[in-house]
Design a protein around this ligand. Structure first.
Ligand code: C2O
Ligand code: CU
Length: 479
């Protein structure tokens, strides 16, 4: 029943294997010798797990946990992660989302490595080049793998950083819950099962309380591990957006009441000082919810959001531990395009680019096994037929993303970070806005720039992983 993976870009080495990894990438590894500063083992298993809410998930999990363990390391350290696949039939890899590792450590099945089969293992070694909030996930049939739980947070701290106050990672994910109509977790059709989902902070759908003394500096690392953009509200204190996708914002100023839209796969760090009263973080559905109902593969299409029963998950921080939560903020959406203060960046209005690419994101109707099927396209083609972005090492590359469809596309580039130049013709004027996962909403046009400084064969794809499965993927390839 895996025939719908015919177009999948991350299927390799497992029972559904398509193509072999390109062998010339094998030399572009992290340090293969030397004693690691940090060593972790991630063991992938298939099992039924109970969420903190009591509901059960037919999960694929790392180390028996949903999400997998948070990995904390320091910039520049030699990190070694041993991936063990105990019994996940489909095979498993680990991709370090947002971390610019050497390509052979990038964990893309069928491209940089074979998927690890049940009983097998694979060792990743790399030195994270930048501090920030990242995450990791399997990149073998990643739509299913991530939906069912094969992911976790990866936090890179500065070498000299000392812990201050409260530093919490908040991973949001909608789980396919067992017992809900069609919600068992195993794919039931080309678009996976339908059914009720729960949005969770960690794996908890309830209000979670934390006693935080007044005056404590708090950093919340918000990770959106879903396909859809999610809207976050932080009510009760002025806060600053300190980092986006693991990149510090220069000169962030205080916000109050703004809601934060985070792309599927994206991360924001927010900081504030705990006031005398409660601070309430809530996560809710897609701000641009299309509300189509039915299966849960698309943004705003699942039961929890599509019918107007918008469900929020929340975290309440409060000195007393007993305060009532303030209502979610309902201010305007935060806009990184004009936030923070300008700082030096390698690209500006005067930059001469070596390459200019133009990517139109759309869809088209295809047929598979006689059934009509919506395909997600880049320049009217689906992977692997989308021409690669061809670059030479050292190139300055400019890319335009134009969304001519009616759904969001969180565009994720592996191995590089992109500087946002403009949106809909308006130039970015705030802090340099670096991103690895850029939400391109319907009708929007973004221009971004990056330096081709990490040779290899890389993925550039929509991080709505169902869109990726159904075509919206291309390669960045070095000559
Ligand atoms: Cu987070 Cu190619 O993926
Ligand atoms: Cu998409």
């Amino acid at each position: 029943g895996d025939s719908h993976h015919r177009h999948a870009y991350d299927t390799g080495g497992g029972p559904a294997a398509g193509r072999a990894p390109a062998r010339d990438l094998a030399a572009l590894t992290g340090p293969r010798t030397g004693t690691p500063d940090r060593r972790f083992t991630l063991t992938a298993t298939e099992r039924s797990l109970r969420l903190a809410s009591g509901e059960r998930v037919a999960a694929l999990a790392f180390n028996g946990r949903l999400p997998g363990p948070e990995l904390r390391v320091r910039r520049g350290e030699l990190v070694e992660v041993v991936l063990v696949n105990q019994d996940v039939e489909e095979g498993v890899t680990v991709h370090w989302h947002g971390v610019d590792v050497p390509v052979a450590e990038d964990g893309v099945a069928g491209v940089t490595q074979d998927a690890v089969r049940p009983g097998g293992r694979h060792v990743y070694r790399f030195r994270p080049p930048r501090a920030g909030t990242f995450w990791y996930h399997s990149h073998q049939q990643s739509g299913t793998a991530v939906r069912r739980g094969l992911f976790g947070a990866l936090i890179v701290e500065e070498p000299a950083e000392r812990p201050v106050g409260v530093d919490r990672t908040v991973v949001a994910h909608a789980w396919p819950v067992e017992g809900a109509a069609g919600g068992g977790g195993a794919p039931a059709g080309p678009h996976g099962p339908g059914g009720v989902m729960r949005t969770a902070l960690g794996d908890d759908t309830r209000l979670r309380r934390e006693k935080v003394p007044e005056g404590t500096p708090v950093r919340l690392r918000l990770v959106n591990a879903d396909n859809c953009p999610r809207t976050y509200s932080l009510a009760g204190a002025p806060f600053r957006v300190a980092a986006i996708d693991g990149n510090d914002v220069s000169g962030p100023t205080a916000l109050e009441g703004e809601r934060l839209l985070i792309a599927g796969g994206g991360r924001f760090d927010v900081v504030f000082r705990q006031p005398a009263g409660p601070v309430h973080l809530t996560v809710s559905g897609d701000a641009n919810a299309s509300g189509a109902g039915g299966g849960f593969e698309g943004c705003g299409e699942d039961g929890a959001y599509g019918t107007g029963r918008v469900q929020t998950a929340s975290l309440l921080m409060d000195p007393s531990g007993t305060a009532a939560p303030p209502p979610p903020a309902d201010g305007p959406l935060f806009d990184p395009l004009r936030y923070g203060s300008p700082a030096s960046a390698p690209f500006g209005p005067g930059t001469a680019y070596d390459r200019d690419f133009h990517l139109v994101l759309g869809n088209s109707l295809g047929f598979f096994d006689g059934r009509p099927m919506l395909m997600w396209t880049v320049n009217n083609a689906v992977y692997p037929d989308v021409p690669a972005l061809l670059v030479r090492e050292g190139d300055r590359v400019r890319t335009a993303f134009v969304n001519r469809s009616l759904d969001d596309h969180p565009m994720h580039l592996h191995g590089h970070r992109m500087l946002v130049l403009s949106r809909d013709g308006e130039r970015a004027t705030g802090s340099p806005w670096w991103t690895d996962t850029l939400n391109v909403a319907p009708g929007e046009r973004y221009e971004v720039a990056f330096r081709a400084d990490n040779p290899g064969l890389w993925m550039d794809h929509c991080h709505n992983l169902d869109h990726a499965r159904d075509g919206m993927v291309l390669h960045l390839a070095y000559d």
